[in-house]
Design a protein around this ligand. Structure first.
Ligand SMILES: [Zn+2]
Length: 427
């Protein structure tokens, strides 16, 4: 920043991102389908760039890519920097890819400075992180650790209708080995996992900071096909006392959950409560109808597992209260859950220290969205994340990250990695 030139690593990162955008443009934005041509192109490109830096490339049974810059002592557990290269349809170029190129940029800086680390530095490029393609939580990174649920291989890709196993096989990988739980990397051989990612919310923009240090990744639960059920009736003929109005029942639910959210915020807990889709039946609804059914989704997130439990418990109390008052019932349907992930306090302190050394302001920020880093943290691997300032959210063509901001994340990561490698009290 301050008008300083980019690092050589930052230049490389910008160049790779430009090449990715050009090759995977799908106006508006880019499309890199998981186990599709865009993701394949991106994996091949970063593999070539890493090999030019002297890294050794290896691919696991699920197609995750490991780019290793070897250290002096192959017996020391490695530092792993990772993220993904798939995108949503008509998404932005930076979600995922920024983290991968940041890893390559750190390698490039080490090589340019003639620094060889004690331990291996691995850039791990995962597969299929965006749940829009397969309705799964991070199947690529799960498979990297040999943790992918065997049922997951039967999940169908939203555009093709074909299974994850099918798509893995088509790209030349080995779903049978994934099914047997053969890991791509031994969790005990990872000293630290670090993911750089664009921020998908407005906190860093609001704080005027290029980079943030993530404190935790929210977990959550989601009902994708919930219903408030009452009784259809004529708006003029049905008196109020006789109604079972699904709209009023749903409105009471929304209001009561927002009161709970207020209470959580008052107690300084972070959570989000979202009704992302609300729908009435077009064959039944109309201007003179009391609605007998309202469908909705409910998505609740928090980095604190106890808060998720509390909201869930309150939800069932509200159903009983509203049911008694409005004469309606609630059906929740299938429930999806994902666990919150805690970031390593030691690595957060290490990143704080590196930021201080660089005189860089890097505030602490939570992550409301899920990331591959959650898989590694969940497996007990000490994990950290850096966010890069980004406007307009993500999963859309209007993501706006400045390469100068990514360059700040690269500088911070480089300092963290070299401090880590030199510190005698690291594992
Ligand atoms: Zn992402």
């Amino acid at each position: 920043m301050n008008g300083a030139a980019l690092t050589a690593g930052g230049e490389l990162a910008g160049r790779i991102l430009d090449a990715l955008a050009e090759a995977t443009t799908d106006a508006p934005g880019v499309t890199r389908v998981a186990y599709g041509p865009g993701e394949r192109f991106a994996h091949n490109l970063v593999r070539e760039e890493a090999q030019k830096l002297g890294a050794v490339a290896r691919v696991d049974a699920a197609g995750n890519l490991y780019l290793t810059l070897s250290g002096h002592d192959p017996n020391l557990p490695a530092i792993v920097i990772g993220s993904h290269l798939d995108s949503v349809a008509h998404g932005g170029n930076f979600d995922g890819a920024a983290g991968v190129v940041a890893g390559l940029a750190v390698m490039a800086e080490l090589v340019a400075q003639g620094v060889r680390l004690q331990r291996d530095l691995i850039v791990l490029v995962t597969r299929a992180e965006e749940a829009v393609w397969f309705p799964l939580s991070y199947p690529g990174s799960q498979a990297a650790l040999g943790l992918l649920d065997t049922q997951a291989l039967e999940a169908r890709r939203s555009d093709s209708g074909r299974t994850l196993a099918d798509h893995m096989r088509e790209e030349g990988f080995d779903p049978d080995a994934v099914q047997r739980g053969v890991p791509g990397i031994d969790a005990n051989r990872i000293a630290a996992f670090v993911e750089v990612h664009i921020e998908q919310g407005p906190r860093l923009v609001a704080a005027g900071a290029p980079v943030g240090i993530v404190t935790g990744i929210a977990g959550g639960f989601r009902y994708v096909d919930a219903k408030c059920l009452g009784a259809y009736a004529h708006s003029g003929a049905e008196p109020r006392f006789a109604r079972h109005d699904a709209v009023l029942g749903f409105a009471d639910l929304v209001a009561a959950l927002e009161i709970e959210w207020d209470a959580l915020e008052h107690e300084r807990h972070e959570a989000t409560i979202t009704f992302g889709r609300v729908q009435s039946d077009p064959t039944q609804h109309g201007g003179s109808r009391v609605l007998g059914e309202l469908g909705f989704t409910l998505d609740v997130r928090s980095a604190e597992a106890a808060i998720l439990d509390r909201v869930e418990a309150r939800l069932h109390e509200i159903f009983a209260e509203v049911g008694a008052r409005r004469g309606v019932t609630f059906e929740l349907g299938p429930r999806f859950t994902w666990e919150p992930a805690t970031m390593s306090p030691a690595w957060i302190a290490g990143l704080d220290h590196a930021a201080t050394e660089l005189q860089m302001r890097a505030p602490h920020v939570p992550s409301g969205a899920g990331h591959d880093a959650a898989t590694f943290a969940g497996a007990g691997i000490p994990t950290a994340m850096l966010f890069v300032r980004n406007e307009n959210g993500s999963h859309n063509p209007y993501e706006a990250m400045e390469i100068a901001d990514l360059d700040q994340a690269i500088r911070l990561l480089l300092r963290f990695v070299t401090d880590f490698d030199n510190s005698p009290d690291q594992p």
